[in-house]
Ligand binder design. Structure first.
Ligand code: C2E
Ligand code: CA
Ligand code: CA
Length: 597
C-alpha cells in the first residue's frame, strides 16, 4: 500500500504531539484494558503509525513495543482514518502475508486515532487468534475508546504547553508554532511583539508589599486584555513569567496598530496592579521567517523591550547595533569555559607595587588577560563582570590563584622577596570552602600564606556581609593578607570596615586623576588625605592605585601614603619582563622603605 499524499503533514502532526517513545501511562492502559474486555479478546493496543513502524503507546497481551509498518492493518486505519475490521487475516488478499498473520493473529478490528485537524495518527486495535466478526455495538465502543485515547493524547500535550496562570500557550508552543509558520511562509516578514509587564525589581517589590497573588492577578488580567485586544486569528503566547508575545504582519499592521494594542495592555497592567508602580515595555523585532534562529527571535524582541526600558520609552524596535553588543557578551560567556581549558588563551600579567618613598618594588598585583581566538584581546574589565554572573567565577579565581602561586614559587626559588596580590570575585566569598581551597593551593605550591594578599572590593563584601566576614576571617586565620580594593567607590565607611579582618586599603584610581591640580584638586586632596589618615589610625596600610604622574606621586608622598601602583611606575607586564623590572628597581638605598606589615 502506498503512503498517502499528505503523509509528511500527518507525520508532522504525530511528532508534534511528542508522544512517540514516551513512557507507558495508566490513563492509556485503562483504555486498552477496556477495549480488550469489550471484545473479550486478550490483545489490544494503542498503536501509532510512525514513518516505518507501529509504536505502541499502550498494549495488553503484546510483548514488543513496536512492529514494522509494512502490511500493518493499523497503518491502513491511520492513513484512511476509517475503522477497519478483518474477520480473518489469513483470508485477506493483502494481510495474509503480514507479520501479524504469520505470528498467529487471525482477527483484527481497529478504530482510528484522529487529531482535531483530521490527521490519522494510528489505531486503537483489538486482535484475536481466532477468526470472528465485530458487532456494531463493539465497533461503536471501540470508536468511543479511540476518541478517548485521542483526547488523552491531546490533553497531555496541551498540559506542557499552556501556562496555568494565563491559560495562554507557552514558550514551547511558541517555538513549535514559529517552526510551522517558518515552514509555510519562509522568507516572509513578520513583527514579533513582546510585552514585558514590569521590571524585575518592580515585581519583587510588589510581591513583598502586596503578596504574590497580586502578581498572579496582574498577569491574568494582562493576558485577558491581550487576548481581547488581538483579533481572533492571532495568538498571544506567555513566554516568561511577565512576558507575552504575538506576531504582527508588517504590511497589514502598521505601527499604529501595534501601539494601540500595547497601550491597551499596558494600561490594564497598571490598573490591575492597584496602581503599584509597574512599567510595561514593548519590544518589537522585525524578522524574516527562516533567516533567524527561533530562540534568537525571542531574544531580539526581549532585547528591544529592554532597550525600551533603558530609554524610558514604551515601545522600542529591535536594533541590530544594540544586538552586536549582546552577541559579543553572549560569545564571551559562551567561550570562557573553553578559554579556561585551553593552554594559550588566558595569561597573567603583573603590575608592580612600589614603596612610595624608596620606589622599591614590593611585589605585584596579578591581573588576568584573555586573548579570544576570534575577538582578540578582551579586557578583564569587560569579561570579568560577565563571568562573575555565572558559575565560572569559581574556576576563574581558582585558575588565577593556581597559576600565580606556581609563578611565585619559581620566583621565590630565584630569590624574589616580593608578594603577590590576587583579585577575588564576590562569588568567591559565597563559596563555603573558599578559604580551604586557597590553603590547599598554598600547600600545593609550598608557599607561605603571608606571601599573598587577596583583594576584594567593598561591593563584593556588601553583597553578603555575614558570609563575606566568615570567609575573610578564615583566610585571615590561615595567614593570608586581605585588601579592600577600589576603596572609596562603594558605600561602606571606614568605621564599618574596621569590623572586617582587613590589612590593606587600596584607594581607587578615580581619586588620583586631579589630585595634584591646584584648583580642582582641593576637595580631592582633602578627601584622600582624610582616607589615608583614618586608614592609618585604624591600622591599615594604604595603597594608591592608578598613579600616572610624578605630581600625583609627590602629593601622595606628602600625605604619607605607603604604596602606589600605576602607569608612572610600570604597566602590567608578563612574568619575564616583570621579573627583570623588579631586579632593575631595587629602590633608592638612601631611603628606608616603609616595610610591608
Ligand atoms: P583592578 O583590580 O582595580 O585593577 C587595576 C586596573 O587598573 C587594571 O586594569 C590595571 O591595568 C589598571 N591600571 C593600573 N595602573 C593604572 C594607571 O596608572 N592608570 C589607569 N588608567 N589604569 C591603571 P585591568 O588589568 O584592565 O583590570 C581591570 C579589572 O579587572 C581589575 O581592576 C579587576 O577588578 C579585574 N580583574 C583583573 N584581573 C582579575 C582577576 O584575576 N580576577 C578577578 N576577579 N578580577 C580581575
Ligand atoms: Ca585589584
Ligand atoms: Ca582596584
Amino acid at each position: 500500500m502506498t503512503k498517502p499524499v499528505n503523509e509528511a503533514a500527518r507525520l508532522d502532526a504525530l511528532r508534534q504531539l511528542d508522544i512517540l517513545d514516551s513512557p507507558p501511562s495508566e490513563s492509556f492502559d485503562r483504555i486498552t484494558r477496556m477495549a480488550s474486555q469489550i471484545f473479550g479478546l486478550p490483545v489490544s493496543a494503542i498503536s501509532l503509525t510512525d514513518d516505518d513502524r507501529q509504536w505502541f503507546k499502550s498494549r495488553v497481551g503484546v510483548e514488543h513495543t513496536e512492529l514494522s509498518r509494512d502490511r500493518a492493518p493499523c497503518a491502513e486505519v491511520a492513513e484512511t482514518t476509517k475503522p477497519l475490521v478483518i474477520p480473518d487475516l489469513l483470508d485477506h488478499p493483502f494481510y495474509a502475508s503480514s507479520q501479524l498473520a504469520s505470528s498467529g493473529t487471525r482477527f483484527y478490528a481497529g478504530a482510528p486515532l484522529t487529531t482535531r485537524d483530521g490527521y490519522g495518527l494510528g489505531s486503537l486495535c483489538v486482535l484475536g487468534s481466532e477468526p470472528r466478526t465485530a458487532t456494531t455495538a463493539e465497533m461503536g465502543a471501540l470508536r468511543d475508546l479511540a476518541a478517548m485515547a485521542m483526547a488523552q493524547i491531546e490533553l497531555q500535550h496541551a498540559f506542557g504547553r499552556i501556562d496555568p496562570i494565563s491559560g495562554l500557550p507557552n514558550r514551547q508552543q511558541f517555538l513549535d508554532d514559529l517552526a510551522d509558520l517558518t515552514r509555510d511562509h519562509c522568507g516572509e516578514r513578520r513583527l514579533l511583539v513582546m510585552l514585558d509587564l514590569a521590571r524585575t525589581d518592580q515585581i519583587d517589590n510588589m510581591t513583598r508589599v502586596l503578596g504574590s497573588e497580586h502578581v498572579v492577578e496582574m498577569v491574568k488580567t494582562a493576558a485577558l486584555q491581550l487576548r481581547d485586544a488581538l483579533s481572533a486569528n492571532r495568538r498571544a503566547y506567555h513566554v516568561a513569567a511577565t512576558q507575552f508575545v504575538f506576531f504582527a504582519e508588517p504590511d497589514v499592521d502598521d505601527a499604529a496598530y501595534v501601539t494601540l494594542l500595547t497601550d491597551k495592555v499596558a494600561e490594564c497592567s497598571v490598573k490591575s496592579s492597584l496602581r503599584f508602580a509597574t512599567t510595561a515595555a514593548v519590544g518589537v523585532a522585525p524578522i524574516t521567517l527562516g533567516m533567524v534562529e527561533p530562540t534568537d527571535v525571542l531574544r531580539f524582541a526581549h532585547g528591544a523591550a529592554q532597550d525600551a526600558r533603558a530609554q524610558e520609552a514604551t515601545v522600542c524596535f529591535f536594533s541590530s547595533a544594540n544586538d552586536t553588543a549582546h552577541r559579543r557578551r553572549y560569545e564571551l560567556l559562551r567561550d570562557f569555559e573553553a578559554a579556561l581549558a585551553s593552554e594559550d588563551q588566558l595569561s597573567l600579567v603583573y603590575q608592580p607595587r612600589v614603596d612610595l618613598l624608596s620606589r622599591q618594588c614590593l611585589g605585584a598585583e596579578v591581573l588576568l588577560r584573555w586573548t579570544h581566538p576570534v575577538l582578540g584581546d578582551v579586557s578583564p574589565a569587560e569579561f570579568i563582570p560577565l563571568i562573575e554572573q555565572t558559575w565560572n567565577a569559581k574556576p576563574l579565581t581558582h585558575w588565577v590563584v593556581d597559576r600565580a602561586l606556581e609563578q611565585l614559587g619559581r620566583w621565590i626559588a630565584e630569590g624574589f622577596t616580593g608578594n603577590l596580590s590576587i583579585n577575588l570575585s564576590a562569588n568567591n566569598l559565597e563559596e563555603p570552602d573558599f578559604a580551604a581551597r586557597v590553603q590547599l593551593l598554598l600547600l600545593k605550591h609550598r608557599i607561605r600564606a603571608e606571601r599573598i594578599e587577596l583583594e576584594v572590593t567593598e561591593s563584593a563584601i556588601m553583597r553578603n556581609v555575614a558570609q563575606a566576614r566568615e570567609q575573610l576571617a578564615a583566610l585571615r586565620d590561615a595567614g593570608v593578607r586581605l585588601a579592600i580594593d577600589d576603596f572609596g567607590t562603594g558605600y561602606s565607611s571606614l568605621a564599618y570596615l574596621q569590623r572586617l579582618p582587613v590589612d590593606v586599603v587600596k584607594i581607587d584610581q578615580s581619586f588620583m586623576r586631579d589630585l595634584d591640580a591646584t584648583i580642582s584638586g582641593g576637595d580631592e586632596q582633602t578627601l584622600v588625605r582624610t582616607m589615608i589618615r583614618l586608614s592609618h589610625e585604624l591600622g591599615y596600610r594604604v595603597v594608591a592605585e592608578g598613579v600616572e604622574t610624578e605630581g600625583v606621586a609627590a602629593c601622595l608622598s606628602t600625605m604619607e601614603c605607603d604604596e602606589a601602583q600605576g602607569f608612572l611606575f610600570a604597566r602590567p607586564m608578563p612574568a619575564a619582563p616583570f621579573r627583570a623590572w623588579c631586579i632593575a628597581h631595587p629602590g633608592d638605598p638612601a631611603t628606608t622603605p616603609r616595610a610591608a606589615a
